[in-house]
Design a protein around this ligand. Structure first.
Ligand code: ADP
Length: 607
């Protein structure tokens, strides 16, 4: 057709050419418009184009889908206010956004919203979902620069903001944990005073924090006893009060099984290796494990301090399907590690507080002991010594009177009976004195306050002296001494204390055997060790009794005092053992019922 027209005339020819080029331009404009339209539609962010009055001219597919615009067919004709009524635009703090702050208002006002000036909004979609939107945009101007409309780009940042919020919460929770860790909860008013916050309170706090971070349904924290390795539940959160009660009941009924005897040793090994476990309760090996809360998949994170597994943090989303992301698993692992540190720290603080309380109690007990020792030595021993002195004085005066009066009939007899009374009183006072002395000594031993004055001395002299004293006290008894050594057995010792031991062995031998039975003392030395034996022909002791007689207040049953004034408290041998062991020696007894006893002790000889 074009060819034909060219043939007809020249002007027609020119006209035809113009027409053809117009058509061509139109076609290419259409093509470009189509292309633009397709591009507009293909953009993944929501695009909304407005006229100068804020009326919506055009939206792309992404915007329609994002805001569910197709839910209300007449939406495009809505006035700006009606649109706002549908979407309720709010700022990031959920405060309603005034009209002049709406992105479209700002853009039509000439503002370009991009980068830092882009706006974060909360808004409702037409199908009533809540979204977080980041809005950017710019005015559209004509060739003269007048604003004829605007374009707004909506980007859905709901998920990103949720993740950011969760990261912020996680950071906050981790910081709170770090704070607990650093501040040491329970420390109050003064640095010295520690009021323990129960570890379970701390654990519950941690569980709550973790739950807010991970948004899971249930979290339980258990600790592993460092000595027995038995896990103990410490806290659970996320259960209804009834379920919580039931949970604690279940836990109490469970047998205490140390980790080493666990039904799942392989899982324990993996926890010890610091691995976070995901346990699918539907798997065959866990199917018969009671699952009262219908847990689908459970996460168990180890709480390790150094190499040691100090507890576990278990969480789940109930029966709801949940894919644990690598980020969540890593976060749970980190939180558990921190929780482990916090709980371990709390445990140590409690131990320290207890140790301190014990120390204070000990100090108090020591103070009481000092008071007791003071009372015993001053209020009891001092008057006894005074009485003994007075008796001895009376005995002396009586002796002089007897000498003066001579053999006056009747008087001598009376004086004799007074002498007898005085002697008895003297013996009783000596017994009292010995008992008070024993009590005092044993109290000192308990309080580690028994003191020794060590000096070089001859053990033979000490033994002879003790025998001489006993002879004087019981002149009718036979006490023999056999020396299987030189006359000099040098030792470094507290003379009085070693004398006390020999005397105690001797008085026991005398009092527990018949009046007419002899007591034999043997002293041996090989130049390194000296051995003192005190042998009697008394009742003898069974094996069991031989083991116990060295204990405080132990008195063998059925062993009666045979002679002398020998009440005892069962303290003497305990004191002897302490004294000899202080001197690096040993004590012992050889005996059998009915065959007498040989009590012995050794002392290192000075070379
Ligand atoms: P006590 O003051 O009661 O004698 P000891 O500590 O000296 O206290 O002795 C503890 C107990 O050992 C005595 O009560 C007695 O039962 C038993 N015992 C000690 N020595 C002898 C001994 N030589 N023969 C038999 N039993 C003895």
């Amino acid at each position: 057709m074009l060819k034909l027209r060219i043939k007809r005339s020249g002007s027609l020819h020119a006209k035809t050419i113009i027409l053809a080029s117009e058509q061509k331009a139109q076609a290419s404009a259409e093509a470009r418009a189509n292309q633009l339209e397709a591009t507009f539609e293909a953009i993944v962010d929501g695009l909304l184009v407005y006229d100068a009055n804020g009326h919506l001219l055009q939206t792309n597919a992404a915007a329609r889908e994002l805001l569910a615009l197709d839910a209300q067919p007449g939406y495009t004709s809505y006035s700006p206010n009606k649109r706002a009524f549908q979407h309720i635009p709010r700022d990031e703090h959920s405060q309603p956004l005034p009209e002049e702050q709406w992105p479209v208002s700002r853009v039509l006002n000439g503002e370009v919203l991009k980068g830092a000036t882009s706006v974060d909004l909360q808004m409702r979609t037409l199908d009533e979902r809540e979204l977080r939107i980041n809005a950017s945009g710019a005015p559209i101007r004509d060739s003269k620069g007048s604003i004829v409309g605007g374009v707004i780009i909506f980007r859905d940042v709901t998920e990103r903001r949720r993740m950011e919020q969760r990261a912020r919460d996680a950071l906050g929770a981790l910081l709170s944990m770090a704070e607990i860790l650093v501040q040491v909860p329970g420390v109050k008013s003064s640095a010295d005073e520690y009021t323990p916050t129960t570890t379970s309170n701390i654990a519950r706090q941690l569980a709550e924090l973790t739950r807010s971070v991970l948004g899971c349904q249930r979290i339980a924290i258990s600790v592993v006893d460092p000595e027995t390795e038995v896990p103990h539940p410490l806290a659970v959160v996320g259960l209804s009060p009834e379920h919580q009660q039931q949970w604690w009941g279940d836990q109490q009924q469970q047998k205490e099984v140390p980790l080493s005897d666990s039904r799942y040793p392989e899982l324990v090994d993996r926890l010890r290796a610091n691995e976070v476990l995901l346990i699918d309760m539907m798997e065959p090996q866990f199917r018969d494990v009671p699952n009262p809360y219908n847990i689908g998949v459970m996460l168990i994170a180890p709480m390790c301090v150094g190499e040691q597994l100090v507890g576990t943090l278990t969480l789940d989303y109930g029966g709801a399907a949940h894919d644990y992301t690598p980020g969540e698993i890593a976060l749970a692992g980190a939180v558990a590690k921190l929780a482990g540190l916090v709980i371990e720290r709390e445990r140590l603080m409690q131990e320290r507080a207890e140790a301190r309380a014990n120390e204070l109690a000990l100090r108090e007990a020591n103070r009481h002991m000092d008071e007791f020792l003071g009372i015993v030595s001053h209020e009891l021993r001092t008057p006894l010594t005074a009485i003994k002195g007075n008796i001895q004085l009376a005995q002396l005066q009586l002796k002089k009177v007897v000498e003066k009066v001579g053999t006056v009939e009747g008087v001598t007899c009376k004086l004799e009976s007074i002498r007898g009374l005085l002697e008895r009183a003297d013996r009783q006072i000596s017994t009292q004195n010995r008992l008070v002395g024993d009590l005092l000594d044993v109290s000192r031993i308990q309080a580690s306050k028994l003191e020794f004055r060590l000096e070089p001395c001859n053990l033979v002299d000490i033994v002879r002296e003790a025998i001489r004293d006993q002879h004087q006290a019981s002149p009718m008894r036979t006490i023999s001494l056999e020396l299987d050594c030189e006359e000099m057995v040098p030792v470094i010792a507290d003379i009085d204390r070693i004398g006390q031991v020999v005397t105690n062995y001797l008085t026991n031998a005398l009092k527990y055997s018949e009046f007419d039975r002899p007591v034999e003392v043997i002293l041996q030395s090989d130049g390194h060790v000296a051995l003192v034996l005190v042998r009697d022909e008394g009742p003898g002791l069974s094996e069991i009794e031989q083991q116990h007689i060295w204990e405080r207040f132990y008195r063998a049953k059925g062993i009666e005092v045979q002679s002398g004034t020998g009440i005892g408290l069962g303290l003497g041998l305990h004191i002897c053992k302490t004294i000899i062991e202080y001197h690096q020696g040993q004590v012992g007894v050889e005996s059998a019922p009915g065959q007498g006893s040989t009590f012995w002790f050794t002392l290192p000889v000075t070379v």
